[in-house]
Design a protein around this ligand. Sequence first.
Ligand SMILES: O=C(O)CCC(=O)C(=O)O
Ligand SMILES: [Fe+2]
Length: 315
Amino acid sequence: MLSDAQIARFDTQGYLIVNDVVDAGLLDRLREEYESVLRVHYRNWHDQGLVSDPADGLDFWAMLDRAGAAGLEWFQPLDISLPHADITEQTPFHAGPAAFDLLTYKPILDIVQSLLGPELTSNPIQHVRIKPPQQHVATGEVRAHIAPTAWHQDRGVGLAEADQTEIVTVWIAVTDATTRNGCLQVIPNPPDDMYPHCPRAQTTIADDYIDTARAVPAEVPAGGIVLIHPLTPHSAGPNLSDGYRWSFDIRYNVTGQPTGRAQFPDFVARSACNPADELRDWRSWKEMWETARSVAASSPHIDQHRWQHDSPGCA
Ligand SMILES: O=C(O)CCC(=O)C(=O)O
Ligand SMILES: [Fe+2]
């Protein structure tokens, strides 16, 4: 639970850093789960001759290094979401027990309940971000899960149907997040409305709407979180360290309100009214994403964003 002072600070500043939320046990399980998932993919790449070193003896970071150096698409198999376009029956994603335990982690739900009340849906706008040192990011890589993140408000990355949805972003540091490795930066005291955004390499706030000189870094040690209001402008700079910068960002909205990405599955994470509605089994969560993948693979593309090149300030 958040204290009244923390809630007041979130309400005025539009973000809140909370240290020591995710315990070492869950962080370790996440790291182990990710290492074993990557190992399966890495073995396949090795069998196909795409990487020369065998997986045995390589840890998570070493496998990422080699996959990156070989130009392989290592990110999507690790993401807890499907991509925004070109989904096929084979598009990989990650849904495992430790990731599900993070989405349903009691200390996180308690904190979010302090802001949104006890009827909480896990919103499908969620990602892992594993950002290599910037010098190892492939030229032309613009995805904000690997490369720096452009200025945006999270309301701007959902569809308009969710503009009234009560939602909060929970950004979770798996490695220490520092200015040097490209932690979040936020502009405190958000406006009452959403700025126009532009469909550039990433969806980003239109020119001249924000004063980035007011930005403050949201540094947080591993296991800590940053709560972000949907109208708070935020971004992340390049990872100038020599290690990976790993985070998850997950979201919760009040149950029954539009998620902003209806083609992807949500689930009830907490319910005081109907506890039986809470999803408890990670396999069901995985199946929901597999079903969404099948539907997407055989359906016309659905745009995730509403912005047009001729939106104000996008020239
Ligand atoms: O971690 C990042 O680079 C960006 C995260 C973000 O935009 C979010 O959590 O909403
Ligand atoms: Fe964001």
